[in-house]
Design a binder for this molecule. Structure first.
Ligand code: PEP
Length: 251
């Protein structure tokens, strides 16, 4: 098993261009010797400035969403071509905040994944259960359903370009983290769902991150688990020193 861990920051709706420059100027030297892949997903308005600062570094650029249409009357949306032109490498799709506040469904997630892949953007597909779903014992059913939905019609050869992030909704931005064992077990369930769809080799190869209040203190324990291939980091990605500590936990 040789999956390269991937740590991705999700800045969400934080950081002006000025703040972007300050944070990246502090962060980039701290992570330059990392043993994992690093991605920072920034707001659209920060993409150009971030790209300039990341040039020649080991940090890749990500966006936080992408629309499925090539172009047209979709006020406020951004196309895969627009992101590609700005040399974006990764894009978060199906984040629980998009599902919760902006009506994202498994179907729209799937359409966005297809659009991203068609322009050689690498999707980070988020799946995860709500607290109510967890408490009613539906975690496995939910993450399996979301995984199947996201991958509908996606060819096996594309799997190397896709990362999954398991993000229990109740753990995002709340300070509550899934225990390392729980996270590892649910990621194993997701891996099994990928196996059912694409076979053992694909399931062994695909990288699945954990996300949900991962921080400088709990990263080591989470990352030590065999199924956890890195993290999608919200709050802690806004502090250079904390994010760098998480990066150093991914070996
Ligand atoms: C996220 O936004 O994907 C996330 C995991 O946020 P946080 O780390 O703040 O819980």
């Amino acid at each position: 098993m040789s999956r390269l861990p991937i740590i991705a920051g999700n800045w969400k709706m934080n950081n002006t261009v000025k703040e972007t420059k300050a944070l990246l100027t502090e962060l980039l030297p701290l992570v330059k010797d990392a043993a994992c892949e690093i991605v920072i997903c920034v707001p659209y308005t920060s993409i150009a400035a971030a790209k300039k600062l990341m040039r020649g570094t080991n940090v890749k650029l990500g966006a936080e969403n992408v629309h499925w249409a090539e172009k047209g009357a979709f006020t406020g949306e951004i196309s895969a071509d627009m992101l590609k032109e700005l040399k974006v490498a990764y894009v978060i799709i199906g984040h629980s905040e998009r599902r919760q506040y902006f009506g994202e469904t498994d179907e729209t997630v799937n359409k966005r994944v297809k659009a991203a892949l068609s322009r050689k953007l690498k999707p980070i597909i988020c799946v995860g259960e709500t607290l109510a779903e967890r408490e009613s014992g539906r975690t496995d059913e939910v993450v399996i359903g979301q995984t199947k939905g996201a991958f509908d019609g996606i060819a096996k050869r594309e799997l190397k370009n896709i990362v999954i992030a398991y993000e229990p909704v109740w753990a995002i931005g709340t300070g509550r983290t899934a225990t390392a064992d729980d996270a590892d077990n649910t990621i194993a369930v997701i891996r099994k769902a990928v196996k059912k769809l694409y076979g053992s080799a694909a399931a062994e190869d695909i990288r699945i991150q954990y996300g949900g209040s991962m921080n400088a203190k709990n990263a080591d324990e989470l990352m030590a688990k065999p199924n956890i291939d890195g993290g999608l980091i919200g709050g802690a990605s806004l502090k250079a020193v904390d994010f760098a500590k998480i990066v150093s936990a991914a070996k």
